[in-house]
Design a protein around this ligand. Structure first.
Ligand SMILES: [Zn+2]
Length: 421
């Protein structure tokens, strides 16, 4: 692969708009930002366009096909939040420039019968007598037909000692970060689910930190959020939707230093709001098959009593108080029951919703680029800087002033490889 010079684009480098004018790729890396076009480089005339770092979706449940779809929308990295694609199980993704790159939590620590068991419609056991080591994601297989999780025992933990014991097992199984499920089922229409105790969360987090591992928590209620931040969690991969924010909860999130991945698109879907407008956008539906379009047009609809205005106001309050906001979606599979989201497309939807909440377009774009890279320790991406990965998105127009222009996709590069001919 030779050198490619992208010339004349407005450059959003992950933090600011620069007057670089020229960005040169050399194989899989960015060679230079600004300066002259090197002799012999292939030139891409990008006048009228904006060059951005490839986007990051900081909360997904993915597959190879979904990673391929995400990349067509300029999403170059997805962060898996349950099960698949741990460090030892993703060489086929790492080395494939036709799909988005991925990092993974592996399985989240939860009590026996705890979330996400209720998504299966029973107590999490599927009746095959193997001790309940089942999830909605079991049965997903690698290309060679074997499940990478065949030997994994689900990290069910009831006590601090059990949580502490699971952290090194998850680390050995290749988890990039350790996830804790804190969910009593309130907003899923399954109240009364068993919960991790505050002491169990705190002990597990402490063990993860002792090993230098980042910790994240699934928290959809104010109470679960308070538990997570009290336990020292580094990041919340949802935003509470069971009521408006209070000064107390905002203060405690700020004081903890935790980041928040609001997944507003998921909260909207939980409240019964489908992504109808997004699905009607030809820039979106032209890239989706019928199953994904139908999924966008449906919704989870498990918490219709919720108010999306509360969620948007909470995003704004946390952002204004200095909390790092990250773009994530909780997108999963092309099934109406998991509706309202599609891989890649929903990242653009979430960007629009963050702007609707009150972030500027540039603040929203940071939330999908430099901020997730910084908070998840992805030091090789998320900005347009020399020596970083050439994971890039080129769009027509100016999303730094009109956020929906992110959907005017002209080209995507993954490790310097152009996706479209
Ligand atoms: Zn999720």
């Amino acid at each position: 692969m030779g050198r490619t010079a992208i010339v004349g684009a407005r450059v959003f480098d992950g933090e600011e708009v620069t007057d670089a004018g020229v960005v040169v790729l050399d194989g899989p890396r960015i060679l230079q930002v600004g300066g002259a076009v090197p002799d012999g480089a292939d030139v891409v005339d990008a006048a009228g366009s904006t060059l951005l770092p490839g986007l990051v979706d900081a909360h997904v449940h993915t597959s190879v096909e979904a990673l391929e779809l995400a990349l067509t929308f300029g999403v170059t990295t997805e962060l898996e939040m349950q099960g698949m694609f741990t460090r030892h199980n993703r060489a086929h993704v790492t080395e494939n420039d036709r799909v988005a790159d991925v990092r993974s939590a592996g399985f989240g620590i939860t009590p026996p019968g705890g979330h996400p068991s209720e998504l299966m419609g029973d107590d999490g056991h599927d009746g095959d007598g193997d001790g309940g080591e089942e999830t909605p994601w079991e049965g997903v297989e690698d290309e060679d037909g074997t499940s990478p999780w065949a030997d994994v025992v689900m990290p069910f933990s009831t006590t601090p000692e059990e949580a502490v014991a699971f952290v090194p097992r998850l680390e050995a199984a290749g988890s990039d970060y350790i996830k804790f499920m804190i969910d009593d089922g309130t907003v899923e229409g399954a109240p009364g689910l068993p919960l991790l105790s505050d002491a169990t969360i705190a002990a597990g987090v402490e063990e993860a930190h002792r090993r230098g591992l980042l910790t994240v928590a699934h928290t959809l209620t104010v109470d679960a959020t308070a538990s997570a931040v009290a336990g020292g969690i580094d990041g919340l991969v949802h935003l509470f939707m069971d009521g408006p924010h209070t000064p107390e909860i905002v203060r405690s999130v700020v004081a903890s230093g935790a980041f928040v991945v609001p997944c507003v698109v998921l909260n909207a879907s939980m409240m019964g709001i489908p992504a109808t407008e997004l699905a009607a956008d030809p820039r979106v539906n032209s890239r989706l098959d019928d199953a994904w379009t139908a999924t966008l047009r449906s919704s989870y609809d498990r918490y219709p009593q919720g108010d999306l205005r509360d969620v948007l106001a909470s995003v704004k309050a946390l952002h204004d108080a200095g909390v790092d906001i990250l773009v994530g979606t909780d997108v999963s599979f092309p099934l109406p029951a998991f509706g309202g989201m599609a891989h890649g497309a929903s990242v653009h939807h979430e960007l629009q919703l963050l702007v609707r909440a009150g972030l500027t377009p540039i603040e929203a774009l940071r939330a999908a680029t430099s901020v997730p890279a910084r908070r998840f320790g992805l030091t090789d991406r998320g900005r347009i800087r020399p020596a970083l990965r050439a994971d890039l998105l080129l769009v027509d127009g100016d999303p730094t002033t009109r956020i929906s222009d992110t959907l005017n996709i002209r080209q995507v590069w993954r490790r310097g490889a152009p996706l479209f001919r």
